[in-house]
Design a protein around this ligand. Structure first.
Ligand code: SF4
Length: 191
């Protein structure tokens, strides 16, 4: 069965210092990460071996993108969520990687399973380098940022969760690009 949906991309720019000051909460989120089965087992997940905030402070600004995915039908089982997430993750991640090159920035993608190797086969398990570093980017969550607060305060709508086994009214993906460019061309997001 093919599910259809509407998609909307929203963007906002915030300074790196402000984003770190208002939305970083590593001490809280690392506790959740440690409970996840991917913790320490996938290269895009914590713990990281470098100073993540020092890395981000090399860039003046963060271009944030919130992608709202609105299913056309109601009562879709939550187990189908990746039928909605996956194509949008692939679309935006590709765009962000292109923008990373154009603007010499650092792109962030989405939390969840890595899309580029079968589940449970990350080379981190064997302490070997990532097989697809040209494709993979970490998520903002993995660096300890509060995306619930990001959505509600910077984009003006809350993240919705499923509490009845069905998809909520809409799904949201939040990603971004840290950069030093004067302007980011939003049209580069379009397919
Ligand atoms: S692409 Fe493969 S090796 Fe790299 S982080 Fe993802 S699962 Fe791990």
């Amino acid at each position: 069965m093919k599910f259809t949906y509407q998609v909307q991309d929203f963007t906002v720019t915030v300074s790196t210092e402000e984003y770190i000051r208002r939305y970083s909460n590593s001490e809280c989120f690392i506790k959740y990460c440690k409970e996840c089965r991917n913790y320490g087992k996938v290269w895009v997940c914590p713990p990281f071996s470098h100073d993540t905030m020092a890395e981000l402070r090399q860039y003046a600004n963060l271009f944030l993108v919130a992608t709202k995915i609105i299913p056309d039908e109601k009562k879709i089982p939550f187990s189908e969520v990746n039928r909605f997430f996956r194509p949008e993750r692939l679309r935006i991640e590709k765009k962000l990687r292109d923008m990373e090159i154009t603007y010499r920035g650092k792109a962030f993608a989405y939390a969840g399973s890595c899309l580029y190797c079968p589940e449970g086969t990350c080379s981190r398990l064997d302490n070997q380098p990532c097989r697809h570093p040209e494709l993979v980017r970490p998520s903002l969550e993995s660096y300890g940022f509060d995306l619930g607060k990001t959505a509600s305060e910077l984009f003006g709508f809350p993240l919705l969760w499923s509490n009845d086994g069905y998809l909520p009214e809409y799904l949201t993906l939040i990603c971004g690009l840290f950069h030093n460019a004067e302007n980011i061309c939003k049209n580069k997001l379009k397919i």
